[in-house]
Ligand binder design. Sequence first.
Ligand code: EPZ
Length: 420
Amino acid sequence: MSNLIVTGGSRLSGIIEIPGAKNAVLPVLAATLLNNGTSILENCPELDDVLTMLEILTALGCRTKREGPRIEVDASNLTSSVIPEVLAKRMRSSIIILGAVLARCGEVLVSYPGGCEIGLRPIDMHLRALEQMGAEVDGLNHGMLKVTASKLHGCEILLDYPSVGATENIMLAATFAEGETIIRNAAKEPEIEDLQEFMKKLGVNVTGAGTGVIRIQGGKEIKAEPVHKIIPDRIVAGTYLAAAAATGGSLVVAGVEYDHIGSILYCLKRIGCTVKNYQGGVVTLEAPARLKPLDLLRTSPYPGFPTDMQPQIVSVLSRSAGTSVVVETVFENRFRYTEQLQKLGADISVQGRAAIIRGVEKLRGAEVEARDLRGGAALIIAGLAAEGETKISGVGYIDRGYERVEEVLSKVGAKIRRVE
Ligand code: EPZ
């Protein structure tokens, strides 16, 4: 594993072009399995999770080609319905392939995705919905999962929580089911809308993404040549804006969808940043030398404040002029990274789902360890705002969601380098 060495004290300044969204390209790559033809995806981010997904598609029999942000997937000749365990373990979100393989092949064998640093992350909603559609779920021993369905049938499904992954899996599984599938209390994230747009280009009759109620009419075999541009990554945009806020910087992010980051920008304005939105997906942020605290912030499903920005905003607040409270309502254990922030001098106490952050004047560089993707991003932000040098290990987690993070940040004035 490589390490990042961050020397704090520089104000970020400059422009960052935001890449395509990890959490959009992964379900769209799963959806290419529905196509008995070649799908072309543009604006794909170059991330380890994307490479892992391409390895899984190849193992299923797809021919894939990646040239920078452009990916081609030819799924006309699937040869397997087994998702290799070593790959499924490497990327928890491989579970979103389940619905597509089941729809196309009638069966799928996948290892039970483990929990991770941010919580147990069960898949009960996924499996209950697929069983409702007529699938048979066999939780084999030694952690494998076998799901079979000679023919899925459409039905009405109510999610007891607007789960992003469960919504995606049901949309994909419903593609060839008999009749209509309705998903109520569906997730409304922009990534769900992007998946719907891609599925429409495949010729699937799917509507309602973004509204909470999604309808899919099951259809026949798909043979299409879709070309689809992936939406920009709202969490990457939010992360770099948060880094600028933490360093009293002034940053321009380009290629963003303003509406997708509305709740993030609202928070950055509340803590004292000046944010402006320009035509053509350009947003600017000017940060004061000292930020104001946030009396209360709760994460919630879109369009609320995203849980995937919670560690980053807590890191920014650790040097604000007062006490903030952040409540994590989506995952049950997403504050573990705060132990690492405390090594840098942050004054944070976690009570269940709430973190109380007492802003300090200074953070001091130290050796810290990333144990999950967004917690790792929070450590980079704290290192940029700290005095002295911070050494961050576990950078592999960060590489799963941020393209060449040290290059991107160095270009806007950060002192950060990667050492093997
Ligand atoms: C997606 O994960 C994202 N990952 C996550 O981003 C994101 O944090 C999450 O949605 C919430 O927005 C991808 O899109 C690849 P959920 P997912 O199902 O689908 C519980 C990142 O950093 N739940 O919406 O796994 C679950 O435990 C990652 O990019 C069940 O109880 O999230 C959680 O508490 C981290 N049973 C809540 O629902 C289920 O069957 C939301 O999970 C499914 C979920």
